[in-house]
Design a protein around this ligand. Structure first.
Ligand code: CAA
Ligand code: FAD
Length: 380
């Protein structure tokens, strides 16, 4: 597999790096402390084309490949994982799902403003009692002829209060189990749709995570994605792509911590020399670089599978499983290399360490990735 970047991919990476270092970095500590959503920064990301990167230009997107998306996610996540998760949900869960499985009318009406960054999207699968066990949907979408009547609660929804377009997974026919689930597009402002409490989180504190309530919301049939009963497969297939985005986020968090730690090890002196000249620190740097490179290759491989039209269920799960482990372990090392300075906000690495943890939980926990990988390997 050839991972030599094209000139276009290099330019995307450079533009994302520039945006992260010059626009996101100056306010990232304050946004984290104040749990403030990056309103202005998301608007700029949209204007630069980073919110609909892979969407066909005829629907307002950038027409780029998954590899370009991964490169941008890595650079943004090195600095601000709160912004990158909002970007990831919009690109790979909402825009990609709509473009791949939506009909022409839905693409014109809903996808186009999302791809242009004029609106933000959210993906609503998890519920208070249905997280990993995603087929146990309690939210109902009762077929009323020309509309669905939606009732229920969704938990932990990223972009919960800032989105305008929500893809909501709900059970229409419980007797059919997962084959009775639908994916519906619900718009902000529909009667009976209530944005509930905001979560106070360990990490990615600048992102906007909310409970959502649906009380007798009337959703037109035209807002159903795919055939009746396609909702669970829609969610699974979309999540396979989403996991590449989160794997790239984890890679970026790890690489961001590494860049800071390597630079610090050359500045900080102890016992009369820069700390990197102590072999214990030099070996940490070597281990970090090796682990991060291994994660990068898995992430690129998953992106390459998707771009080549190969099945990416397994490679995306492997990339997310491994990159999230690397993010968690290597950001701990980045804090360690910074000593006491690593424990305070000014040096950024404590935030990266807190942000890393979520990559082992959302879009399928570490254990869920192992279920996906082992089932793929062991399938008859
Ligand atoms: N593509 C297409 N179909 C798929 C599929 C895929 N990748 N994976 C499963 N399916 C199909 C199966 O073929 C099966 O259909 P049939 O019976 O018709 O063959 C159906 O879906 C049910 O599959 P399983 O029997 O494997 O289902 P399960 O109950 O054992 O669960 C699971 C499997 C992998 C654990 C799944 O429930 C899962 O992924 N859980 C985690 C949910 C998750 O990732 N949530 C993330 C929410 S979004 C988010 O988190 C965003 C964010 O933070 C930013
Ligand atoms: P549970 O499923 O209850 O799992 C608890 C523990 O049990 C985990 O360690 C899990 O791995 C383990 N476990 C469960 N089942 C098994 C099994 N069969 N085998 C082995 N171990 C198992 N969801 C959305 O739909 N949209 C979003 O935008 C979104 N954003 C999120 C943002 C944040 C900040 C957070 C925290 C969550 C977000 N989520 C979102 C929800 C997220 O996807 C779920 O939290 C995740 O899928 C896990 O579900 P759960 O929290 O119910 O944990």
């Amino acid at each position: 597999m050839n991972f030599e970047l094209t000139e276009e991919q290099k330019a995307v990476k450079e533009a994302a790096r520039d945006f992260a270092q010059n626009v996101l970095k100056p306010g990232v500590i304050d946004r984290d402390r104040e749990q403030r959503f990056p309103v202005e920064e998301m608007k700029q990301l949209g204007e630069l084309g980073f919110l609909g990167m892979m969407v066909d230009p005829k629907y307002g997107g950038g027409g780029m490949d998954t590899m370009s998306y991964v490169l941008a996610m890595e650079e943004i996540s090195k600095v601000d994982a709160s912004t990158s998760v909002c970007m990831s949900v919009n690109n790979s869960l909402v825009c990609w799902g709509l473009e791949k499985f939506g009909n022409e009318e839905q693409k014109v009406k809903f996808l186009t403003p999302l791809a242009k960054g004029e609106k933000i999207g959210a993906f609503c699968l998890s519920e208070p009692e249905a997280g990993s066990d995603a087929t146990s949907q309690r939210t109902t979408a009762i077929d009323m002829g020309d509309y669905y009547l939606v009732n229920g609660t969704k938990n932990w929804i990223t972009n919960g209060s800032t989105a305008s377009t929500y893809i909501v997974i709900a059970q229409t026919n419980a007797e059919l189990g997962h084959r009775g689930i639908n994916a519906l597009i619900i718009e902000r402002g529909m009667e009976g749709f209530i944005v509930g409490a905001k979560e106070d989180k360990l990490g990615i504190r600048g992102s906007d995570t909310h409970t959502l309530m649906f009380q007798d919301v009337k959703v037109p049939k035209a807002n159903r994605i795919g055939e009746d009963g396609f909702g669970f497969k829609f969610a699974m297939k979309t999540l396979s792509g989403g996991r590449i985005g989160i794997a790239a986020q984890a890679l970026g968090i790890a690489a961001g911590g590494f860049e800071l730690a390597a630079a610090y090890s050359k500045e900080r002196k102890a016992f009369g020399k820069e700390i990197y000249k102590h072999q214990a620190i030099a070996f940490k740097i070597a281990d970090m670089a090796t682990e991060i490179e291994a994660a990068r290759l898995l992430v690129y491989r998953a992106a390459a599978d998707k771009d080549a039209g190969r099945n990416f269920d397994q490679s995306s799960a492997m990339a997310k499983l491994y990159a999230s482990k690397v993010a968690m372990e290597q950001t701990v090392e980045a804090v360690q290399i910074h000593g006491g300075y690593g424990y305070v906000k000014e040096y950024h690495v404590e935030r990266l360490m807190r942000d890393a943890k979520i990559t082992q939980i959302y879009e399928g926990t570490t254990e869920v990735q192992k279920i996906v990988i082992s089932r793929n390997i062991l399938a008859d």
